[in-house]
Structures are given as structure tokens and as C-alpha cells.
Design a protein around this ligand. Sequence first.
Ligand SMILES: Cc1cc2nc3c(=O)[nH]c(=O)nc-3n(C[C@H](O)[C@H](O)[C@H](O)COP(=O)(O)O)c2cc1C
Length: 188
Amino acid sequence: MTVLFVNAAFRKNSRTYALAQQYLSTLTDEIETVNLGEEDIHPLQKASLEKYCKNSRNYEFGDEMYRYAKQFAKADEIVIAAPFWNFGLPAVLHDYLELVCTQGLTFDLDKAGEYNSLCQAKKLVLIMTAGGYVPENDCAISYIRTLCKEFWKIDDVRYYYADGIDLVGVDVNAKLEAVVKQYGNTQK
Ligand SMILES: Cc1cc2nc3c(=O)[nH]c(=O)nc-3n(C[C@H](O)[C@H](O)[C@H](O)COP(=O)(O)O)c2cc1C
């Protein structure tokens, strides 16, 4: 089993990163890490979009830009660590997911218009912390859930988060510990 750890929690002393490490320490599998804070990731723009559309049509995926999608497709479990930024995901994680969502690598579309998953993973875990409160049905988790449901057919999506941790007087450690306790209850 290979777990892919997608780390978008790269602030020094990141609480989200610490929570993710505690989750990963409960696993016995091999862990591959992609540190988004150190990767040279760009959103699809004019030139790269043209290449992406052409390559996707012709199923030609030799370019380096497809390395994230290939790695993602092969993983047995995906763990994403992301702080809650501007009521959503950090932009670099969005850009990464844009590249992961390459038709022909992590999903395909059949003649009837149905999406088929090309991913091995059956489980995805999103770990998040937020300074304030996360609204119900927030767009960060909804977006990840939609990708899992529509493209990758990953049914087991777990969302662990501590919110309100920047509020004055809050017991941050207690909030983080409460999340760690949930890991124990929900392991396979
Ligand atoms: C760029 C940026 C945007 C943020 N936007 C929000 C926000 O929209 N809502 C919120 O509750 N907290 C927001 N925060 C606070 C973070 O969610 C909070 O500090 C989080 O715990 C950071 O995680 P970390 O310790 O892993 O870096 C933001 C922080 C930063 C740096």
C-alpha cells in the first residue's frame, strides 16, 4: 500500500501539518510526500492549457507536468493537509488539483458521457485547521468531495478539522487533541 501525502500546510510550525503527521503516524504503509510549498506549480495558462488539451486528446503524457497526476493515480490512499484560506483551499493546492485532474490519467470519459476513475485509491483524507469557524457546506470540502465522487469514484472521504483555533482565549491544544482522538475511531 502506498499513501500519497499532499502537503499544502507549509507555514513554519503549521498546526495542520502537525495534525496530518499524527494521522500518518497511525498508518503502517509506505508514504510518498509532495510538498506543495516547494514545488514549482502553476495554474494552466495559455501555453500550458494548449499543451494539456492536445496531450489529453492524444493520450500523450510524457511531459513533466503530468508527474503529479501519474503519482496520484497510483496511490492507494490520499492524505491532504491544507489550512483554511479565504474560505477555501490554498491556491497552490487548487493548481495542483488542476494538474491531477488530467483526463486520461486520473479519470476518463466514456461515450455515454460517464466519468470513469483511473485512480487506485478508495480512500481520501482531508485534514484542515481554520482560524475562525468553517461554514456548513464550505466550498473547500465540497470541492474535494465532488472530485472524489465524479472523477475518481472515491467513496471513503474523511474530513478532520479543528476550527476557531485563532480565536482569543481558545484552548488550541484541546481542539487539536479532539481531532487526533477522532483518528482512533475511524481507522479501517
Ligand atoms: C492567507 C490566509 C488566509 C486565511 N483565511 C482564513 C479564512 O478565510 N477563514 C479562517 O477561519 N481562517 C483563515 N486563516 C487562518 C488560518 O485558517 C488558520 O490560522 C490556520 O490554522 C492556519 O493553519 P496552519 O497553522 O497549519 O498554518 C487564513 C490564514 C492565512 C495565512
